[in-house]
Design a binder for this molecule. Structure first.
Ligand code: GAL
Length: 389
């Protein structure tokens, strides 16, 4: 029979990583035909709606990509998904993944709804080494330094910050890294459980920092996707870029080696984390094939085939570090010691409905630059989500 795999992995790096996992599956189950049911659009910006329609119609992919954490709520898992607790038990997965990740995976309804394939880092500042050297600057560790470095780059005729916001989510991604860098790990965490109100002064300061950074970005960002923005680094048009570490997989797939990396301002010692997993719809037409897919996803060989190309580190703790490039080895080292906080743009921290409200507010901010109005709207979205008073 077939195995229909739903995801949004079509860009360089992510597509190769997925193909690597397909290869392992095909070796084990040569009689099964894999159908790669991707819908292009970073962070699932197009995939999620298509996927929901298929689920509701009773015609789902046999397994589909799902971020670990609260994102699953958007798929009404009690109705449409099968809990994966049995697969965790049979494959020994509770022994394979770190406790923090297991807690995140079980954060909705006390069941496992996905088998994780990786850990991604949201907060990375990528830079074109040649352009930074040419302007005589180094990656900024603080927001003040960012402004100084950006002025120097601008004076040298270089676009300081490459940005793409065509999917909307990229703006939220940038803001989450700025919130973590401005509020600090503890207050940032509190934004998602109501212990830090959005009226806090660190939110206003974050929006001011965001506004300052936007003033140094390419003006055509609403027309560019995340990989379109990364292209500007490769082409020597922009010096810096804030994006998750799938960009490392993308650079590698392009054969581009001229990049460096650093934590975005204020986030040294903070790891804004997310994880991709695969789920099992109750109505999967090829149930057994899908269960075997999930076993490959959780296995050492599956994760070692996937992650070095994807630009992520393994969810498992026993992958061979020698398979990973220098950036990914540094990410693994940070993951072991940093304060880990959840990404909101990638499904870990909040329900989909709240993330969608936040996205609307933040996309408006890109053009309005209205700090007070945006802060009030963010607080209201938190109240509407039932998290803030
Ligand atoms: C994220 C996903 C990553 C990467 C990125 C860009 O949401 O977790 O694996 O694919 O989107 O599409």
């Amino acid at each position: 029979g077939q195995l229909v795999v739903g995801s949004w992995w079509t860009a360089g790096g992510e597509a190769e990583g997925l193909a690597g996992m397909f290869k392992i599956y095909e070796e084990k189950y040569p009689d099964v035909e894999i159908v790669n049911a991707t819908v292009a659009g970073g962070a699932g910006s197009n995939f999620k709606a298509v996927n929901k329609t298929r689920l509701i119609a009773g015609d789902p992919a046999d397994t589909f990509q799902l971020h670990a954490g609260l994102e699953v709520e958007g798929y009404s898992p009690e109705q449409y998904l099968a809990p994966l607790d049995d697969i965790y038990a049979s494959e020994g997965l509770e022994q394979a993944f770190p406790q923090d990740l297991l807690t995140l995976l079980k954060s909705y309804g006390g069941h496992y709804w996905g088998v994780p394939v990786n850990i991604h880092r949201s907060n990375v500042l990528w830079y074109n080494k040649e352009l930074m050297d040419q302007a005589g600057v180094t990656p900024p560790a603080t927001f003040e330094e960012f402004a100084t470095v950006a002025e120097t780059l601008k004076a040298a005729g270089i676009v300081p910050l490459g940005l793409g916001t065509s999917g909307g989510w990229e703006a939220v991604h940038t803001l989450e890294d700025i919130l973590a860098g401005t509020c600090g790990a503890d207050k940032y965490r509190g934004l998602w459980d109501g212990s830090t109100p959005w009226t806090d002064e660190c939110v206003a300061a974050s929006l001011e920092n965001f506004k300052m950074m936007l003033s140094y970005a390419n003006t055509d960002h609403p027309a560019l996707s995340w990989d379109g923005a990364a292209e500007q680094l490769v082409d020597g048009k922009a010096a810096m870029l804030i994006m998750g570490d799938w960009t490392d997989g993308w650079f590698t797939s392009k054969g581009y080696t001229g990049y460096g990396w650093a934590p975005p301002p204020g986030t040294d010692g903070i790891f804004v984390a997310l994880s991709d997993s695969f789920s099992l719809p109750k109505d999967a037409a090829n149930l057994e094939n899908a269960q075997n897919w999930l076993k490959v996803c959780g296995s050492l060989e599956g994760q070692e085939a996937f992650n070095p190309q994807k630009g992520s580190i393994c969810a498992r703790t026993d992958c061979d570090p020698a398979l990973f490039n220098e950036y990914l080895q540094s990410a693994a080292a940070d993951w072991a010691v940093d304060a880990i906080v959840p990404s909101v743009a990638h499904g870990a921290a909040a329900y989909e409905s709240w993330v969608s409200d936040i996205t609307d507010v933040v996309v408006l901010f890109l053009t309005s630059g209205d700090v007070a109005g945006t802060q009030a709207a963010l607080q209201q979205s938190c109240v509407d989500a039932g998290i803030c008073q």
